[in-house]
Design a protein around this ligand. Structure first.
Ligand code: ZN
Length: 396
C-alpha cells in the first residue's frame, strides 16, 4: 500500500509498491503482521462523567437494569454527574476512552450526546465530541435519550423542548450530523419519536434510532417509515420489522456488547437479517451503563459466537458497512486507492484471529490519515520513525 498526503494512492503486491518507492519515502514495515482498515464504530456514547461500576455490582446481585433506572439510577445518574462536569473535565475523560478505542483497532466513532438533557448541557457534550483528538468522529444529537428528572411524567413537555429549542440550536451551530431517539414505551413513545425525528429531518439531520431494545414496540417499522439511515439494537424486532427495514433500505446496527453486559441472552437475529439481504453494522454501544466496552474485537467475538456470523461477515459489518451507515463509504471502511489511510497493524497472520483470540492484545499500531496515533507498549520506537515523515509509504 502506498500513501500520499494521508490518502491511499496505490494498493498492490510488494513488488508493485517497491517499483513506485522513492528514496525519501518512509517505509512502515508491518513485520508480516495483519494490516486491516481501522474499525468504524457506528454507535457510541463516549462523553459522560463518572461511571456506574456500583450499579454493575448491584446487577451481579440480581437487581435488574430496569429496577435501577426506576429508582433514579441508570442514565439519569450519569446525567446528574455529567451536568456538573465542565467541558474541560469531559474532554479529558473522553480522550482517555479514545485510547481504548485505539487499543481495539478503531479509528472512527459515531459519537452521541445524550447525558446533558438541557439545551446548554447537550451543546456542551457536542462541543466535547468536536474536541476529541486522534480519532475521526461523526457527531449525533441524542437529546431524546431519557426523560430528565425535572420532566418526570411530562414526556411531551420534554419532547417539545427537544424539538423547539435543542434541535434548532444544534442545527444552527452545526454541532451534529445525525439525530437519534431512544424509542421505547415509557421513555419516548412511537408518536413522540416520530415528531422529533421528523423535525430533525426537516432541519437536515440524518436519522438513527434506538429501536426495539427492550420490547417490540414498532420502532423498527418507524425507522422504515422515516427512511432512517439506521435502526439500532433490534433485540426484539419481529420478522415483519426486519422485512420493513429491508424494504426501506435501513441498516441494522447490532450491539451485542449491551446484551452481554446486561447478562441477557436475547441477541438480535443477525442471520435472519443477513438472509433478508440487509447490510448489518456491528458497533460497541460504548456507554457507562449497558455496554462499558470500547473494544470492537470483543464485539466481533460476540457476533461470531452468539449470533452465528462468520469472521468475514463480522469484520465487514464493523468496517465498510458501518462506514456506509455514516455516509462515509467513499472515504473510510476499506483499504482502497483514494480513501483515507486509516489502518491498523495486528500481531496476527489471518483476519480470523481477531474474533478468535478474544480479549488478546493483538493491536500493534493504529494510523489515522497516515499518521501514527497509537502504538502498543513495548513498540514505542515506531513512534519516532513515523514522526519523521508520517504519510508517505506503507507496505507489508
Ligand atoms: Zn446506545
Amino acid at each position: 500500500m502506498r500513501i500520499e498526503n494521508g490518502r491511499i494512492s496505490q494498493v498492490g503486491t510488494r513488488a508493485q509498491i517497491d517499483a513506485l518507492t522513492e528514496s525519501d519515502d518512509l517505509i512502515i514495515d508491518a513485520g508480516g503482521g495483519l494490516v486491516m482498515p481501522g474499525f468504524v464504530d457506528a454507535h457510541t456514547h463516549p462523553v459522560f462523567a463518572g461511571n456506574r461500576a456500583a450499579e454493575f455490582e448491584q446487577r451481579t446481585q440480581g437487581v435488574t437494569y430496569g429496577e435501577i433506572a426506576a429508582s433514579g439510577g441508570g442514565i439519569r445518574s450519569t446525567v446528574r454527574a455529567t451536568r456538573v462536569a465542565d467541558e474541560e473535565e469531559l474532554t479529558v475523560a473522553s480522550q482517555r476512552y479514545v485510547a481504548w478505542f485505539h487499543a481495539g483497532g478503531t479509528t472512527t466513532i459515531e459519537a452521541k450526546s445524550g447525558y446533558g438533557l438541557t439545551l446548554d448541557d447537550e451543546l456542551k457534550l457536542l462541543r466535547v465530541i468536536g474536541r476529541m483528538q486522534d480519532v475521526r468522529t461523526v457527531p449525533t444529537f441524542l437529546g431524546a435519550h431519557e426523560i430528565p428528572d425535572e420532566y418526570r411524567g411530562r414526556a411531551s413537555a420534554y419532547t417539545a423542548l427537544v424539538m423547539e429549542e435543542m434541535l434548532p440550536a444544534v442545527a444552527r451551530e452545526r454541532l451534529a450530523e445525525f439525530c437519534d431517539v431512544f424509542a421505547e414505551p415509557g421513555v419516548f413513545s412511537i408518536e413522540d419519536s416520530r415528531r422529533i425525528l421528523s423535525a430533525a429531518r426537516s432541519l437536515g439531520f440524518g436519522l438513527r434510532m434506538h429501536a426495539d431494545q427492550l420490547s417490540d414496540s414498532g420502532a423498527a417499522a418507524l425507522a422504515a417509515e422515516l427512511n432512517a439511515a439506521t435502526a439500532d439494537h433490534l433485540e426484539h424486532t419481529s420478522s415483519q420489522g426486519i422485512r420493513a427495514l429491508d424494504a426501506a433500505n435501513v441498516q441494522p446496527v447490532l450491539l451485542p456488547g449491551s446484551v452481554y453486559a446486561l447478562g441477557s441472552s436475547r441477541y438480535p437475529k443477525a442471520r435472519e437479517m443477513i438472509e433478508a439481504g440487509l447490510a448489518i453494522v456491528l458497533a460497541t454501544d460504548f456507554n457507562p451503563g449497558s455496554s462499558p466496552t470500547a473494544s470492537m474485537p470483543m464485539i466481533l467475538s460476540l457476533a461470531c459466537t452468539q449470533m452465528q456470523m462468520t469472521p468475514a461477515e463480522a469484520i465487514t459489518a464493523a468496517t465498510i458497512n458501518a462506514a456506509h451507515s455514516l455516509g462515509r463509504a467513499a472515504e473510510i471502511g476499506s483499504l482502497e486507492p483514494g480513501k483515507s489511510a486509516d489502518f491498523v497493524i495486528y500481531d496476527a497472520r489471518d483476519y480470523r484471529e481477531i474474533p478468535y483470540f478474544f480479549g488478546a492484545p493483538l493491536t500493534q499500531a493504529v494510523y489515522l490519515e497516515g499518521r501514527l496515533v497509537w502504538v502498543a507498549q513495548g513498540l514505542a520506537g515506531l513512534d519516532d520513525k513515523s514522526r519523521r515523515g508520517a504519510d508517505r509509504t506503507a507496505r507489508r
